[in-house]
Ligand binder design. Structure first.
Ligand code: CP
Length: 322
């Protein structure tokens, strides 16, 4: 079926055929979302827990909706209202979740590698919903899906990612996914926002916003992550906006058919002007809609691998039912 992984932890290791399988599967689920009844019975009897140790609006709601559209039993865990507050470790939390016979875990955590750690303690499938500044694979997949829907095959397409690359898990996953799909990737932002290893990822780096965006098919703008900035990465937000913010004047110097994207949440008036965010070249809300279909596809493909591992399960279920 083009997908044989039990977990989705990042896009660095995921190949072109695998990404194509996810995007093709997401296209089918995207059609389901346009039906009057937006639900399929695929996940009846499957339990998914959303384990969020960090704030989220889009990813958390999108996963929950995707799970409900698939008819899964859904549990939500929030660190701020859990026994982590009483000193419970991540390992003990994981072992307790395991004891509840959960099939799949969607995890967001501030520490890179936390979802990988969970794979050693939970038998179910793990989906990384963002681990610190490391990876956010489903965001990148929904970005790739939205790009493919608008510009077709990504081979040779020019994609410019603007902003806070060094703190961005979205940038890392986008770069891995875009390079795998054959796109030419340019990163643009202040020198302090470029990770040391970035040139080794096969991208072009520019510090000139006009040069970086003039011929781009797609401009993906990232949020300035004030909460992750411990040092003096920026003299001031105003200076960032003056040098790199995308407003209607800068948009006018880009291609007429350029696609404007942003993973959200947006700092309006900082990295992106409101009239561009809400304007005709923006597909930002399409990204959100497509995210549900992409997450349904990821959940579905992982569940198929898990079901293949447990070929005897239907008989066990039948016995219990009797
Ligand atoms: N794009 C994204 O990850 O948004 P949230 O932090 O709101 O989930």
């Amino acid at each position: 079926m083009g997908w044989s992984r039990k977990h989705l932890l990042g896009l660095e290791e995921v190949g072109r055929d695998e990404i194509t399988t996810i995007l093709d599967t997401a296209s089918k689920f995207r059609e389901v979302l346009d039906r009057p009844v937006k639900k399929v019975p695929t996940f009846r009897g499957i339990t998914v827990v959303n384990l969020f140790f960090e704030a989220s609006t889009r990813t958390r709601m999108s996963f929950e909706l995707a799970e409900k559209r698939l008819s899964a039993d859904v549990m939500n865990f929030s660190a701020s209202t859990s026994s982590l507050k009483k000193g419970e470790t991540l390992r003990d939390t994981a072992r307790n979740i395991e004891a509840m016979k959960v099939d799949m875990v969607v995890m967001r955590h501030p520490s890179p590698g936390a979802p990988h750690f969970l794979t050693q303690h939970i038998d179910g499938s793990i989906i990384n919903a963002g681990d610190g500044p490391h990876e956010h694979p489903t965001q990148a997949l929904l970005d790739l899906f939205t790009m493919r829907e608008n510009v077709g095959d990504l081979d040779g397409k020019r994609v410019t990612i603007v902003g806070d690359i060094v703190h961005s898990r979205v940038a890392r996953s986008d770069i891995w996914g875009l390079k795998t799909m054959g796109a030419d990737v340019t990163l643009c932002g202040p020198k302090t926002f470029m990770p040391a290893e970035v040139e080794a990822m096969g991208v072009t780096v520019s510090h000139d916003i006009h040069e970086a965006t003039a011929d781009a098919d797609i401009v993906n703008i990232l949020r300035i992550q004030r909460e992750r900035q411990e040092g003096a990465f920026l003299p001031s937000l105003r200076e960032y906006t003056n040098l790199f913010g995308i407003d209607s004047e800068r948009l006018a110097r880009m291609r007429d058919d350029v696609l404007i994207m942003h993973p959200g949440p947006i700092n309006r008036g900082v990295e992106l002007a409101p009239d561009v965010a809400d304007g005709p070249r923006s597909v930002i809300l399409d990204q959100v809609t497509n995210g549900v279909a992409v997450r349904m596809a990821v959940l579905y493909l992982l569940s198929r691998v898990r079901a293949a591992e447990r070929v005897d399960e239907p008989e066990i279920l039948a016995e219990v039912t009797i």
